[in-house]
Design a protein around this ligand. Structure first.
Ligand code: KIV
Length: 285
């Protein structure tokens, strides 16, 4: 298929072809995502929850993002890889945003960065884009503002909120964003935004009217426990399959059924006589 670039993704939008994006945080999974032909990978700060077990994304640091991001890029060279900018790595100032974005690109070899917020982060989007780094904006339900929202709630409901979300979309595009995630935005509003902008819209819980879709991979593989957000479809039950395999392994080890003879690396290297001699030489006290 070849490398997905911002140009090839823009061409997909022009041809009305849908763009697939998944989150990913490690080398082995990135290889599988690449084998499946997914266009774009988001190394999301959702890794704070999915990989680190925090209750939200706020504790994730820039250094941690870089460690995860590097392994993803090595595992999936053909996807367009977007690095999330973690909480407080760009909000302090435009300069801080540029420095953080620069580190994410230089130290991971990813293709773009993503930051949350609309009109409020136009300065950061403009300055980062001016450095030649494609920017993905993220509006609607922005998880880094979970405390301000009082929970994870749909944004853009009601006329005032719908107007604000549309204005945010136009602001981030005007600032230079090449892509924009629309999270938990009412589908008709997301479709309207998609028609009004040239940047690529990627929906999560925002209906089919967006240019592409993103899901957190553990959610769509049934690896996130019993809770399931409304926007998630489970495409497989990998969590259940993994637990079953871990249980089978546990039983096989404890019963002595594993390892079998064929699982040993070298079956017979030295003679029984030599092993007996070793046994005598190294008598235990
Ligand atoms: O961090 C993340 O995974 C995200 C997606 C949910 C869009 O921002």
């Amino acid at each position: 298929m070849g490398k997905n670039t911002i140009t090839s993704l823009m061409e997909m939008k022009e041809r009305n072809e849908k763009i697939s994006m998944l989150t990913c945080y490690d080398y082995s999974t990135a290889r599988l995502v690449g084998d499946a032909g997914i266009n774009s990978i988001l190394v999301g700060d959702s890794l704070g929850m999915t990989m680190q077990g925090y209750e939200n994304t706020l504790p994730v640091t820039l250094d941690e993002m870089i460690i995860y991001g590097r392994s993803v890029v090595r595992g999936c060279p053909d996807a367009f890889v977007i690095m999330d900018m973690p909480f407080m790595s760009y909000q302090v100032s435009v300069e801080q945003g540029v420095e953080s974005a620069g580190r994410l690109i230089k130290e991971t070899n990813a293709n773009a960065v993503k930051l949350e917020g609309g009109a409020a982060v136009m300065g950061q989007i403009r300055a980062i884009s001016d450095c030649g780094i494609p920017v993905c904006a993220h509006i609607g339900m922005t998880p880094q503002s979970v405390n301000a929202f009082g929970g994870y709630k749909v944004q853009g409901r009601g006329e005032d909120n719908a107007r604000r979300v549309l204005e945010d979309a136009l602001s981030v595009e005007q600032a230079g964003a090449a892509l924009c995630v629309l999270e938990d935005v009412p589908p008709k509003l997301a479709a309207l935004i998609t028609r009004k902008v040239k940047m690529i819209t990627i929906g999560i819980g925002a209906g089919i009217g967006c240019d592409g879709q993103v899901l957190v991979y553990q959610d769509m593989l049934g690896m996130s426990g019993d809770f399931q957000a409304k926007h998630v479809r489970r495409f497989a039950e990998i969590g259940e399959a993994m637990t079953r395999a871990f249980r089978d392994y546990d039983e096989a080890v404890k019963s002595g059924e594993f390892p079998a003879e064929e699982n040993s690396f070298v079956r017979s290297d030295c003679s029984d006589e030599f092993l007996e001699q070793l046994d005598r030489e190294f008598k235990s006290e």
